[in-house]
Design a protein around this ligand. Structure first.
Ligand code: SF4
Length: 217
């Protein structure tokens, strides 16, 4: 029996309430596409002797800010137990990709860092193939994806009470100081620390989203 490809399926439904049925069908299509993408990207990450969780740790450490490169923040980000994260970190340390250093400001605190080998490994991140595919799409299509997927992620995080990690410049605590028209600095409304351009684009364990649905836009 011939099967209609997903992208050729009509949105209109022949029920008495076509708008409701079309909305449901659209939701089902998005769910199926996300599931397929998730499976594909997971498979791609069994490469170079690493698994998806280990790649995710390398990515997190490359993106996390100074408050967030700790085992407990990492466990929150991954939604894993500290024991599971500890096993992943041990595997990465044994491969020479990650190391732990004592924080100078907190004798009991540990900061996780990518080694040079870890950074070199990340340069071969298999998820770059996804990045390249998105990069090849039209600009407005990529921007629509960011808006739609960001809203979807926030919605799911709220429904399931999952911790919201986000980029510093999208945080409700992110403060912009306009010194002069030509000079702008930023600081964190929680710690008062100055935030550099690099800090602005990093993930933060203390991130707080704006309450409005359009905060990701
Ligand atoms: S502004 Fe928000 S995301 Fe940025 S450092 Fe402060 S708490 Fe973290």
């Amino acid at each position: 029996m011939a099967v209609t490809p997903l992208h050729d399926m009509p949105l209109e439904a022949s029920t008495p309430e076509p708008e409701v049925a079309a909305k449901t069908m659209l939701a089902q299509r998005v769910t199926l596409l996300l599931d397929r993408l998730g499976r594909l990207t997971r498979e791609l990450q069994f490469v170079d002797g690493l698994n998806p969780a280990q790649w995710e740790v390398l990515r997190f450490l490359a993106q996390a800010n100074r408050y967030s490169r700790t085992p407990s923040a990492l466990a929150d980000y991954l939604g894993s137990t500290k024991g599971t994260v500890s096993q992943t970190l041990i595997a990465l340390e044994n491969k020479g990709l990650v190391d732990r250093v004592k924080k100078t400001c907190d004798r009991r605190g540990v900061e996780l860092r990518l080694t040079d080998e870890g950074r070199a490994m990340l340069a071969r991140d298999p998820m770059r193939t996804l990045e390249k595919a998105i990069d090849d799409m039209a600009m407005d299509c990529g921007a629509s994806l960011v808006r739609g997927l960001s809203k979807l992620l926030y919605e799911l995080q709220n429904r399931h009470s999952v911790m919201q990690y986000g980029i510093c410049q999208d945080c409700s605590l992110f403060c912009v100081n306009h010194l002069t028209p030509a000079e702008t600095t930023h600081h964190c409304g929680k710690t008062g620390d100055a935030l550099s351009h690099t800090d602005r684009n990093q993930l933060c364990v203390s991130y707080k989203s704006h309450d409005t649905a359009g905060s990701a836009e």
